[in-house]
Design a protein around this ligand. Structure first.
Ligand SMILES: [Fe+2]
Length: 280
């Protein structure tokens, strides 16, 4: 496996979403990379791949998956991994990422990022699956922290402890979703700064920035609004600990005009460049 395929700092990016295809193809966009949802392009042909090829000619691409189901006790689906490898071979991405979760069972895809217990038993399962993915893709992958609304009585370690051990045992890297950390911290009552302090900084290659909404008695990871102040504050803390790390605005719903997201990305650049953050 070639660790050199995971470069340390790739600047500031945006998720490539269909409402922005025309804009992105028509003009120069002030981003260092675009991230795409892998599953939308794991197809044999059609307009999505035409758009992706055109964007790839001008920008680096990160592949971000939502249904690898790395926590699945059934193991990973070989056909899924092969289709993802075909896409990765075509795109030559900065990296390939997916979430620490499971999404289905026995062929059923829930289209939800379902949490798993953080135990020694699930560690064995996830390590085997990460090895399977990395062996097929011939590259290390990034694992993203999910947001969660329930915890398990079987939990034996913190989420950040689980991710740390996962990196150590598999050589994978991390994608930290700062909003997800905040949402889970509020929902479960842990200190988000302890999470930031607890992850292996040298393994983090990307962060996601996003907004959330207030549900009944808990925060919901809706990714449908701008990054709020508490998440910016946590991003500043993460930047102090991690140093320069690729950052991206991740909007999945209620997609605003591209220029609104570019303005939000400029805020991220400003926080990361703030002397008070850089001096740490
Ligand atoms: Fe995310």
């Amino acid at each position: 496996m070639q660790d050199s395929l995971i470069p340390p700092f790739q600047g500031f990016g945006l998720g490539l979403r269909p409402p922005h295809y025309q804009d992105v193809l028509a003009r120069e966009i002030a981003v260092d990379f675009f991230e795409v949802i892998s599953e939308n392009f794991m197809v044999k042909g059609g307009r999505p791949l035409v758009v992706l090829d055109a964007v790839r000619e001008r920008y680096p691409i990160a592949l971000h998956g939502v249904s690898m189901s790395i926590g699945s006790a059934d193991g990973l689906r070989p056909d899924y991994l092969q289709r993802l490898k075909t896409l990765a071979d075509r795109v030559q991405p900065l990296w390939v990422s997916d979430h620490l979760c499971w999404t289905g069972i026995e062929g059923f895809n829930s289209h939800d990022l379902l949490p798993l217990p953080y135990s020694a038993a699930t560690m064995e399962t996830v390590c085997a699956n990460v090895h399977q993915a990395q062996d097929t893709l011939k590259r290390p992958i990034l694992i993203e922290n999910p947001s969660s609304y329930v915890a398990f009585a079987d939990d034996e370690m913190t989420e950040w402890g689980f991710l740390t051990e996962l990196c150590r045992r598999t050589g994978c890297y991390l994608l930290l979703d700062i909003n997800n950390i905040y949402v889970s911290a509020v929902n479960h009552g842990f200190d988000p700064l302890a999470y930031i302090a607890g992850v292996p900084a040298e393994r983090v290659r990307q962060v996601h920035l996003a907004g959330h909404s207030q549900g009944r008695g808990r925060l919901i990871d809706t990714h449908d609004r701008p990054t709020p102040d508490p998440v910016w504050a946590l991003y500043r803390a993460a930047s102090r600990r991690l140093g320069p790390v690729a950052a991206m605005i991740e909007r999945d719903d209620d997609i605003p005009p591209l220029d609104d997201l570019l303005a939000e990305l400029e805020l991220a650049r400003g926080h990361a460049a703030d002397p008070e953050v850089r001096a740490a």
